[in-house]
Design a protein around this ligand. Structure first.
Ligand SMILES: [Zn+2]
Length: 180
């Protein structure tokens, strides 16, 4: 699945668990950091094919990531579970949105979870992934309207506010009329 889709899914999970913007940022990181095992694509194809969907996509790593996110967060217990959920959602998305198995307990076990073997590549890349992408965009637009936040807050809260005000000018011009 595309990294941008993973980022959007992670942010949607983050909105469910986190009240503080920094806590949400930590959960977004937890939901995308898995692809660190794909870093080899930059310099060695063989290593990429050997290691992608292994140590980064392992629940062992996921527990460590959730623990670190929790320690750095304000709302520690909630963010532990939020970060773990974001991490697991990435694995789920890869399982349905790719044809690449995941070594889920790497490096402790070689057990692999097969990805969408019941779907063809065509169905994965031309149907499943675009649907997931569109659903994410719709959910994000709804949250942008009602909660006045978007994934752009990851980079800058100011920029986020600026963009939302321009996408939904009606809401901000007649704020008094719209009840929250
Ligand atoms: Zn991945």
């Amino acid at each position: 699945m595309m990294p941008i889709a993973h980022g959007m899914i992670a942010w949607l999970v983050a909105v469910l668990f986190g009240k503080e913007v920094n806590d949400r940022r930590l959960m977004v990181i937890a939901g995308v950091v898995l692809d660190i095992d794909g870093i080899f694509i930059l310099f060695d194809d063989a290593l990429f094919y050997e290691y992608h969907h292994t140590f980064g996509h392992s629940l062992v790593f996921g527990l460590m990531v959730a623990l670190v996110a929790s320690l750095l967060s304000v709302d520690k217990i909630k963010i532990f579970f939020g970060a773990l959920s974001a991490f697991i959602m990435h694995i789920v998305a890869d399982l349905i949105g790719s044809n690449w198995p995941v070594t889920i307990f790497s490096p402790l076990s070689d057990l692999t979870i097969p990805s969408s073997y019941f779907l063809t590549n065509y169905q994965i890349y031309n149907i499943v992934n675009p649907i997931v992408f569109i659903v994410c965009v719709i959910l994000i637009m709804i949250i942008m309207y009602y909660r006045e936040i978007s994934p752009i807050e990851f980079i800058s809260e100011k920029l986020d506010k600026y963009i939302i005000e321009r996408i939904f000018p009606i809401k901000f011009k007649s704020d008094g009329e719209i009840s929250e």
